[in-house]
Design a protein around this ligand. Structure first.
Ligand SMILES: Cc1cc2nc3c(=O)[nH]c(=O)nc-3n(C[C@H](O)[C@H](O)[C@H](O)COP(=O)(O)OP(=O)(O)OC[C@H]3O[C@@H](n4cnc5c(N)ncnc54)[C@H](O)[C@@H]3O)c2cc1C
Length: 404
């Protein structure tokens, strides 16, 4: 029974064509294979190869660098469709998208020319690294440090944590401390484009001192690797400071916070995608399962669950698209991005749990897709700032905008 509801959102012809294409890709390539890769915790290489062919690694990269040159709104629609298939697939392009955003907005011309063409094809992929073993929310507490050497390079030492795509990436946009004496902590940080060999744990030669320990074992979000990174005397040329040394030294915190704003819209879209899928599964199962002589969908208690889920999906989608559209229009969207991330990630968790309840005992079985969603959804409450941190951001921005 086909119960996939089509998101009722205004789309341009181009947006409709591309999201239809990605939805078909999710239906035909992601959904039938997600269970296998999730179960084996295996990187979905064949799916990623097809994503390269579809150009999905270059959605927002300008055409002059080989990308599609599409806006954040269209990217958001694509991420919803991929996440509806499996959030690990969107995870593979998400930190890559943030890396390309950082380059497009803050990179020097040389850096854009050097990386963007190969990033748009997916030949090289990017990761994004703020968190450390002792910090996540409190980014300003970063301890990993870079010091200038006599030959003009920077030597990086320290440890990073929870780096999505930490092993397979070739570039890691890494925030480190460069001025330990800065009066305001955030003014002493720099974003380095740390290069390494993809898929190599112990880097040697020009990348010596950059180690990727074995991937972290997780409850869900399988298939895509999350790793620590160890920098031990790793040499990074000054040219690899985002924006160049003159423009970028000690500017990393503001650059990364700017990127987190689009990152939050991106996580919101993932929340919409997983919530949408949970709703679809609930709509189907509730019309298949019978209790007390009728479909469970005919019990009002179940219909109320479906109603609450569909309402949350709709609201989350509209909030996410509004934040993306404001950003595309060049307007301020920090408050809206925080609200969208908070609401949509919580909607993802809510809808998955309601769908799980509707599945009764079968929801607890690995035979049913909702079991995977149940392990995947909580990640969205954490990444790109927890719900508590979103509320802090929203509260702060509200007061800034409505100062009396
Ligand atoms: C699978 C996965 C992938 C990830 N990928 C990446 C990645 O690619 N790059 C990256 O840099 N990071 C990544 N992260 C890290 C993620 O961003 C952090 O886990 C997150 O920011 C929370 O940080 P923390 O885990 O250190 O929690 P903490 O900051 O220690 O917070 C613990 C708890 O305290 C709450 N809290 C903290 N401060 C306050 C406060 N001031 N007021 C009220 N409550 C507060 C938090 O909301 C949370 O509930 C990933 C994490 C996971 C699980």
């Amino acid at each position: 029974m086909a119960v996939a509801t089509s998101p009722p959102v205004d789309k341009t012809d181009e947006q409709k064509a591309i999201t239809d294409m990605v939805r078909q890709f999710a239906d035909e390539q992601i959904l039938p294979n997600a269970e296998h890769y999730d179960h084996e915790d295996e990187f979905p290489e064949p799916i990623v190869e097809q994503m390269k062919e579809l150009g999905l690694f270059g959605v927002t990269i300008p055409e002059e660098y080989g990308g599609m040159g599409l806006d954040l709104t269209t990217y958001t629609m694509i991420v919803e469709e991929l996440s509806r298939g499996w959030i690990s697939i969107s995870g593979i392009i998400n930190t890559h998208f943030i890396g390309s955003y950082l380059l497009m907005k803050f990179g020097s011309e040389e850096q854009k020319d050097k990386y963007l063409p190969r990033m748009s094809t997916g030949e090289i992929r990017a990761a994004f690294s703020l968190s450390e073993p002792e910090l996540g929310s409190d980014v300003q507490a970063i301890k990993t440090a870079a010091k200038k050497t006599d030959d003009g390079d920077y030597e990086i030492n320290g440890q990073k944590m929870w780096v999505t795509n930490g092993l397979k990436s070739a570039l890691v946009f890494t925030l480190v401390k460069t001025d330990p004496d800065a009066e305001q902590r955030h003014r002493g940080m720099t974003c380095f484009i740390a290069e390494k060999e993809p898929d190599v744990s112990e880097n040697t030669g020009e990348y010596a001192g950059f180690t990727v320990p074995p991937q972290l074992r997780k409850m869900g979000y399988k298939g895509v690797e999350s790793t620590e990174l160890v920098f031990d005397g790793y040499r990074c040329p000054a040219d690899n400071i985002l924006g160049g040394e003159d423009a970028g030294l000690n500017k990393g915190f503001a650059q990364m916070m700017d990127a987190l704003e689009v990152g939050r819209v991106n996580v919101a879209a993932r929340g919409v995608g997983i919530a949408q899928r949970a709703l679809e599964l609930a709509l189907r199962y509730s019309q298949e399962r019978k209790t007390f002589g009728k479909q469970i969908a005919q019990h009002q208690a179940i219909q109320f669950k479906l109603a609450d889920m569909a309402t949350q999906v709709e609201a989350a989608r509209l909030m996410t698209l509004r934040a993306a559209r404001l950003k595309d229009a060049g307007e301020r969207s920090d408050l809206e991005a925080g609200m969208a991330k908070l609401f949509a990630s919580e909607a993802g968790r809510f809808c998955v749990e309601e769908s799980f309840r509707i599945h009764g005992g079968y929801g607890y079985s690995k035979e049913y897709e909702i079991e995977r969603l149940y392990r995947d959804a909580p990640l969205l409450l954490i990444g790109e700032g927890t719900s508590e941190i979103q509320r802090m951001v929203i509260g702060k921005k509200l007061l800034e905008r409505h100062k009396i």
